[in-house]
Every structure is written in structure tokens, then in C-alpha cells.
Ligand binder design. Structure first.
Ligand code: C2O
Ligand code: CU
Ligand code: CU
Length: 511
């Protein structure tokens, strides 16, 4: 693999480009793109967004011209919140979860009067739900019926590295792999899964591949509260109701489809009867969700996040969920009425002068009186990680050529960025040295956030914050404590999937 040669090629092919001259450049690139003929919408595979990292044979910033999109009104709205399909446990044995996930091209009739939409889905369904208990052993057969490599990454679960769908472990088209791992009590919580295939993460996710992974703990002190799952994702559809490949803006800023969905539905109607526990996932490629829970309508407590239950419930009136993050919220209606669940405009300083951000209605919540359930004051104890033995720095930067770096480098799957010792606590300082928000996700473990630093002001989290994904505002620094408990290679990256795909990812080797 010749990284230097490729970089030179990239730079020369992009040398025309400046932030102000994006449009001519993408036209020029489109002409050299072997996949450019994306006009017929015959349900063929969209062009992958090949980027310039790792061991691909040919590489360039291949992007596609913007296409005309369906209006948001093309999808029906206001239907009841869909219940996502549970993945069937094929095992009869107690304490075992065995199932099959087959990734394949699937035709889904989405828009009435138009051709069915070609999606890539697991088991021909959107967002299958895996539910296991702590101490279960899991065996999931992955059949890759796509025409490109695939993997499944278990986001939030500290499974052994070789079972975690790393880019180094592709499952070839037409073949299968059995992911096997043991669930432990520390894994209790609200997690998910999605491909982590080299060069294809962004595409495979926007084509539809993702699912929910809930680990239930028999000792969960709020297990008696009725639950709902809300998986936020988005969808971009062109005027033929097909999912177009990423264009230049998508690659720069992260893709935001025109449809912001919950469980695959547009502005669904959610019924909140008495106190409920909502598990929420930001499964968007790039869209930030600043969700508002108006105090005069609903009492909201954050009870869990990426790391599982918090130590104590935290009263909130809004929460920012960035791509990859999860939240568990206990909600109680103030009165029998309804309110719109809104994602407030959030300016993450996108490039290329996109239209100003706007508030978005994501759902209509109908409230009915029901059983009001008090929360315990203590949910659990999160263990300390002790004093760090090692300190490291992770610095995010960008350049005007759509390159996204960690410590000045683009991801290379053959390079180890950090060598870590299993069981040794480290302090990482993550610095977003760029003008736009990026978030930070780490595989293989959860980290404790200890400090935020912005504009020379240091603040500490107001509660013990165990996370695997966290946002960084422009020029913000955060400090985290972390420890890898298994050997192997683990990724860390921005979870705006186009940025990850463009190289804003590094890897550590724990040994
Ligand atoms: Cu959600 Cu590296 O992934
Ligand atoms: Cu992950
Ligand atoms: Cu980013």
C-alpha cells in the first residue's frame, strides 16, 4: 500500500479546490468518476464514496453531483410510532442468544405511486432489535449478501476486538461470519450495531444497515417502568425515490437526509401514558439532535446514556444527542395534552454556506394520564478508574480539501497510533482544533469524562459521565479517563460517518 503516492495524487487532483470553489471542483471530479452515471435510478448500487485512506487500490475523493430531492411532504406523517421488529432468538438453551443477520439489497415501497426504494437492510427489515440479558452468550451469524465487504460493529459493547467488526476483518460478499461474545453485567444498557467496513461505513449506514442492541440487567432498579424505543435516523431520497450517493456537501459536512425519522417514520405520533422510559439513539450519519422536553408539558429525567444507567437521575429540559450517542429518559406528563418533540436548530458550523439551521418537529407526543412512577434517587454506582499512568493527546483538524485528520494523519488500517496496556488507566485529551463540531467515539470500552475546556474555561461534568461518544464544540478540549480491558485493535473516530470515512479515525492496540 502506497500512502504517499496516493496522497500526492489526491492533492494534485484537488489542487483546484478552495472552500469558495466547491461547485466547479465537484463537476470536475464527477467527470473522472467511474460511477458517475447515476441518473437512471434503476435501483443499482449507488457509487461508494471512496476516500483516500487505507488499502484500497484506487482512491480519490469521489463525489457525485447533487441531485434533485423529493419534498418532505412525499412521505406520510403523523402515523403511530412503529414498533421495531425483534430479532428472534433461535436458541432454545437458557442463557444463549443465537440469531442471523443477513445484509442484502431490499426493495421497500416507501412513496406511493413511485418505484420501490432500494435499501440495504438486515433480514429485509429496518432496524432489527436484539435484546439480551447480562451473562447471556451471543452468537450472531452475519451473512453478507451485499456486493461489497461488510462487517458488524457492536457500538457500545466491549466485545473482543476480533468479534467487533473492525475494518481489518471484512466479511467478503457472499460469505458469512459468526460473531460470538459473552455479555457481562458491565454491558447493561442501550447500544446498537452497524457496519464498520473499510471505506464503506457511511454508505452502508445511509443505505439502511443498523440495528438496536439492548442489554437488560435483572438488577435494573427501574425495569418496572414501561419502555419505548426511539431510533432517530435520516433518509435522503432523490426525485425517483432512490437513495442517492453522497455529494460534495454530504462528504464535507456529513450527510443529512431531508427526512428526519423516528423508527423509520416521519413525525410519528407517540403516546405517553403515565411515566415511561424512552431509550433513544442518534443513528443519523451526521445530524445533531438538540431535543427539547418542555417543562410545562413533561417532567424529564435523564437516567442513562451510552455507559448505561447514571448514578442518579438528572432533571433535564433538553438534551443534545450527536451521531452515535444514546440517552435513556424517564418522562412523566404534566397534564393530559400533547406537545411536539422538537430538535432545536443547532449550528455546527457547516462548510460551504448551507441554509440556516431550523427547528424541526420530530414527533407529536400525545399524553394520557396513567401511573406516575417515582424514580429511585440512586440508580447505581459507577466505578472509579483511578489515577492515569499514561497521558495522550488526540487532535482533530481539517483542511480545505475535505481531509479530516487525527494528530495530522488520515486513518490507515495498517498503522497503530497508540500502544496501550490492557487494564492500565490512561488520560486522553481530545482537542477539536477546528471550526466545526466533531464528536469523539472510542471502541472497546467506556470512558469517564473528567473535564471540558473551552475559551480557557475549565468545567467539570455535573454528574459522573460514563460515555463512548461525546461531542466537542469548535476548539473545545475534553479530558477523559479510559482503560481497555481486552487485547486487540480498537478504533476511535468522529461519528459523523462521512468524516470517519474521510479518515478522521485512529486506532490503538491494547496488549
Ligand atoms: Cu458506531 Cu466506530 O462506531
Ligand atoms: Cu463503536
Ligand atoms: Cu467530524
Amino acid at each position: 500500500m502506497n500512502q504517499t503516492g496516493r496522497r500526492k495524487f489526491l492533492i494534485s487532483s484537488l489542487s483546484l479546490m478552495t472552500a469558495g470553489a466547491l461547485y466547479p471542483l465537484h463537476k470536475a471530479l464527477a467527470n473522472t468518476d467511474e460511477h458517475t452515471g447515476h441518473t437512471g435510478h434503476t435501483g443499482h448500487n449507488p457509487a461508494p464514496e471512496k476516500m483516500n485512506h487505507g488499502s484500497s487500490t484506487h482512491s480519490t475523493h469521489t463525489t457525485n453531483p447533487p441531485v434533485s430531492l423529493l419534498p418532505v411532504s412525499a412521505l406520510p406523517k403523523g402515523l403511530p410510532l412503529p414498533q421495531l421488529p425483534k430479532l428472534r432468538n433461535e436458541s432454545k438453551q437458557k442463557g444463549k442468544f443465537a440469531a442471523t443477520l443477513t445484509a442484502a439489497k431490499t426493495q421497500i415501497p416507501l412513496i406511493s405511486g413511485m418505484a420501490a426504494t432500494t435499501m440495504w437492510l438486515y433480514n429485509k427489515t429496518l432496524l432489527p432489535v436484539i435484546e439480551v440479558s447480562t451473562n447471556d452468550s451471543v452468537n450472531i451469524r452475519f451473512n453478507n449478501h451485499l456486493q461489497q465487504d461488510g462487517t458488524i460493529h457492536w457500538h457500545g459493547l466491549a466485545v473482543p476486538a476480533e468479534q467487533d467488526g473492525n475494518p481489518q476483518d471484512p466479511v467478503a460478499p457472499g460469505s458469512s461470519f459468526d460473531y460470538q461474545f459473552q455479555i457481562t453485567p458491565q454491558m447493561a444498557g442501550t447500544h446498537w450495531f452497524h457496519p464498520h467496513t473499510h471505506n464503506y461505513v457511511a454508505q452502508q449506514v445511509y443505505m439502511g444497515l443498523a440495528g438496536i442492541f439492548i442489554v437488560r440487567d435483572p438488577a435494573d432498579p427501574i425495569a418496572h417502568i414501561p419502555e419505548q424505543n426511539l431510533f432517530f435516523s435520516d433518509l435522503k431520497l432523490d426525485d425517483q425515490a432512490q437513495i442517492p450517493p453522497n455529494d460534495m456537501m454530504d462528504v464535507m459536512n456529513g450527510r443529512e437526509g431531508q427526512f428526519a425519522l423516528i423508527n423509520g417514520a416521519l413525525e410519528p405520533q407517540i403516546t405517553l401514558t403515565g411515566t415511561q422510559r424512552w431509550r433513544m439513539w442518534n443513528g443519523n450519519s451526521a445530524r445533531y439532535l438538540d431535543l427539547v422536553f418542555p417543562e410545562n408539558k413533561v417532567t424529564a429525567y435523564l437516567v442513562g446514556n451510552d455507559g448505561g444507567l447514571l448514578e442518579t437521575p438528572q432533571k433535564i429540559t433538553s438534551i443534545l444527542l450527536t451521531p452515535g450517542e444514546r440517552a435513556e429518559i424517564a418522562l412523566t406528563p404534566v397534564a393530559e395534552q400533547s406537545f411536539n418533540l422538537i430538535a432545536r436548530a443547532y449550528d455546527r458550523d457547516k462548510m460551504g454556506n448551507p441554509p440556516p439551521e431550523q427547528d424541526r418537529v420530530l414527533a407529536k407526543v400525545m399524553m394520557k394520564s396513567g401511573k406516575k412512577i417515582e424514580l429511585p434517587t440512586k440508580l447505581r454506582t459507577i466505578p472509579e478508574l483511578g489515577q492515569p499512568k499514561v497521558k495522550r493527546q488526540v487532535v482533530y483538524t481539517e483542511d480545505s480539501q475535505m481531509n479530516f485528520y487525527i494528530n495530522g494523519k488520515i486513518y490507515d488500517m495498517n498503522r497503530i497510533d497508540f500502544f496501550c496496556k490492557v487494564g492500565e488507566t490512561e488520560e486522553w485529551e481530545v482537542f477539536n482544533n477546528s471550526h466545526m463540531d466533531h464528536n469523539f467515539h472510542l471502541h472497546g470500552t467506556h470512558f469517564l469524562v473528567t473535564e471540558f475546556e473551552r475559551n480557557d474555561k475549565i468545567t467539570k461534568p455535573s454528574y459522573k459521565m460514563l460515555k463512548d461518544t461525546i461531542n466537542l464544540k469548535p476548539y473545545e478540549k475534553i479530558r477523559i479517563l479510559m482503560k481497555q480491558n481486552h487485547k486487540g485493535i480498537r478504533m476511535f473516530h468522529c461519528h459523523i460517518l462521512e468524516h470517519e470515512n474521510a479518515g478522521m479515525m485512529g486506532q490503538l492496540l491494547a496488549q
